[in-house]
Design a protein around this ligand. Structure first.
Ligand SMILES: Cc1ncc(C[n+]2csc(CCOP(=O)(O)OP(=O)(O)O)c2C)c(N)n1
Ligand SMILES: [Mg+2]
Length: 589
């Protein structure tokens, strides 16, 4: 069997139904084999960055994604999605073509020898769990199995296999290939006494909180969250990446804390005397930039599969448990009879009260442009639990959606917050929609981010996917506008038309790509137009008049210390700042 056919057979055996790719000479045999597959469909996108991002989103829904690119620029273009997958621990298999072995640069000390030869393995090694160039055709079985196992094992992440052209075309005997032994991989289990100790600490607490992250889904335990919450009966918070682990209207759910979180969620987190975090690395968005004050009143038990995450300088867990989230949750649930969470009514009442008093404000109704808060509030109200909400990863709409989007039970909604790359929106929506078997997928993005992979409107149209994209047209980069305004005495550079940036008409673009488009210019038409967009079959674009000065409130802000250096405030002190007496009152509650 030809090596390239073997590779596609292995992908078929994984149960993967789609490979995101863009063909090229360096990958010609793999491309041809993909085209011949009866069970795996190639999704031919128009830019490899989009292929990589779509595969990343596909993996977030289906468990693993595959991206196939050609040598040189095809491979380098895919690095953005690869990096997103690396930072957010998403298992994606990247396959690249490469110059034939006889043309590789080897030790000639020159920059390039083969056509479009780039040493992609060296480039991607620091941002993959495993990256390898196939040296002999007979290695393909071992390397492919090893890469796939590593992508999903332990802390998941992307892997990269680079296949020289002559190897793609070589013949191998599948039955005779060296096999990979999964026993080579590290095992992670929860020591039983760890769970006992957690229960002992938790039983003593008066203000316990459970903080859950995407590591729970990655470990295959997302469907255990209701049981876990039911067993603990304590307030639950989610990270940005764990946003869809629990529904918004669960009585024990108290939102997303963090630097761009909700004010009441931060109050609850910072007032807690015990925090059990599971499956979250707690990056700076979670801890806030003033991380010395993170969980300042709490005993922190951190459960994570990566011990280095628990040893980093921004966290100081009292108990660090290095294990798989699922095995930890299982051990905890086995001991549910010894969990005693009675006597928490006063704490739950405080949490309810804070939620009532400090919920997110949605902005004025009489403004000239549509508040992104009101837009996303309206959209979330009209979506169902079967719809996917595809967060954009960067820009005002990402932050505001994180504050106001209401996840329904079982609904999928996610972004890649680690990389926070503009241009995630459209290709991620394509990947998510396809992975879900064609569920309605809704994305609210900015006019800047939208332009970064706008070519994929063609893929959307070709596949006729039910993807509804709302583009907030504020004529520039609102996110950059706000920070430049406040940091540089109002001077602007490259974020508005006057400062050197221009962006094209969203509706004209839709027309050029033959995609129906709508516009929302005032509140009077917002509700109905959102409904029309959601209910129309196939891909739809909707331009929404936005405000370049759209505030994001509340958020953690910096201040200038007496010595002139910038410093960050603790998470409970979000801007706009509350009066000292009010803040003191809340923290003393
Ligand atoms: C690939 C990439 N380049 C640059 C940035 C820096 N950046 C963050 S937000 C932003 C502007 C986003 O503009 P838009 O998508 O229009 O959203 P808005 O904030 O205007 O609503 C920029 C340039 C980024 N996050 N990603
Ligand atoms: Mg914009």
């Amino acid at each position: 069997m030809k090596v390239s056919d073997y590779i596609i057979r292995r992908i078929e055996a994984l149960g993967v139904k789609h490979v995101f790719y863009l063909p090229g000479g360096g990958a010609m045999h793999m491309n041809d084999s993909l085209g011949q597959s009866e069970t795996v469909a190639g999704v031919c996108v128009l830019h490899e960055q989009a292929a990589s991002v779509a595969a990343e989103a596909y993996a977030r829904i289906s468990g693993i994604g595959v991206c196939m690119v050609t040598s040189g620029p095809g491979a380098t273009n895919a690095i953005t999605g690869l990096t997103g997958a690396w930072l957010d621990s998403t298992p994606v298999l990247f396959l690249s073509g490469q110059a034939k072995r006889a043309d590789l640069v080897g030790d000639q000390r020159i920059r390039q020898f083969g056509i479009q030869e780039v040493d992609i393995v060296t480039l991607v090694t620091p941002i993959t769990k495993y990256a390898v160039q196939i040296k002999e055709p007979e290695d393909i079985g071992y390397e492919l199995d090893k890469a796939i196992a590593m992508a999903r094992h332990g802390r998941p992440g992307p892997v990269w296999i680079d296949v020289p052209l002559d190897i793609q075309a070589s013949a191998v005997e599948p039955g005779e290939l060296r096999a990979f032994d999964p026993g080579e991989l590290e095992t992670y289990a929860c020591a039983c006494d760890d769970a006992d100790e957690v229960i002992r600490l938790m039983n003593r607490a008066e203000r316990p909180v459970l903080l859950i992250g995407n590591g729970i889904r990655l470990s295959g335990a997302a469907d255990m969250v209701p049981q876990l919450v039911d067993a603990l009966k304590i307030p639950v918070l989610t990270t940005w990446n764990g946003i869809d682990l629990i529904e918004e209207d669960h009585p024990l759910y108290f939102g997303r804390p963090g630097a761009v979180g909700r004010r009441y969620s931060n109050f609850i987190q910072q007032k807690a005397d015990f925090v059990l975090s599971i499956g979250t690395r707690l990056n700076l968005l979670s801890t806030g930039f003033d991380y010395g004050s993170f969980l300042k009143n709490a005993a922190h038990v951190m459960v994570d599969i990566d011990r280095y995450e628990m040893e980093k300088k921004s966290v100081r867990p009292q108990l660090a448990i290095c294990c798989d989230a699922k095995s930890f949750i299982e051990s905890l649930l086995c001991r549910r009879d010894s969990i005693n969470m009675s006597g928490l009514t006063p704490w739950l009442e405080i949490c309810d009260d804070l939620k009532r008093r400090y919920s997110v404000e949605h902005g004025q109704n009489d403004a000239e442009n549509i508040s992104t808060y009101r837009l996303i509030d309206c959209i979330t109200g009209q979506m169902t639990e079967d719809d996917i909400y595809q967060f954009t990863s960067s820009g005002t709409a990402a932050d505001i959606a994180m504050q106001v989007f209401r996840v329904k039970r079982g609904q999928r909604a996610f972004l890649t917050k680690g990389l926070a790359s503009m241009g995630f929106d459209l290709p991620a929506s394509i990947g998510s929609c396809i992975a879900s078997g064609g569920r309605r997928t809704v994305c609210v993005t900015g006019d800047g981010g939208f332009m970064m992979n706008v070519q994929e409107l063609e893929t959307l149209r070709r596949l006729s996917l039910p993807v509804k994209i709302f583009v907030v047209d504020n004529g520039g980069y609102s996110m950059i506008y706000r920070s430049q305004k406040s940091s540089f005495h109002g001077r602007l550079t490259g974020c508005t038309q006057e400062s050197g940036l221009t962006l094209p008409s969203v509706n004209k673009l839709a027309k050029a790509f033959d995609i129906p488009s709508f516009s929302i210019g005032d509140y009077g038409e917002m509700e109905q137009t959102v409904l029309d967009v959601l209910n129309r079959d196939g891909p739809v674009l909707c331009r929404v008049s936005g405000d370049i000065a759209q505030p994001i409130r509340p958020r953690q802000t910096n201040y200038m210390r007496a010595d002139g250096q910038m410093a960050s405030r603790p998470l409970e002190e979000m801007s706009p700042l509350l009066g000292e007496a009010e803040l003191d009152g809340v923290m003393r509650l």
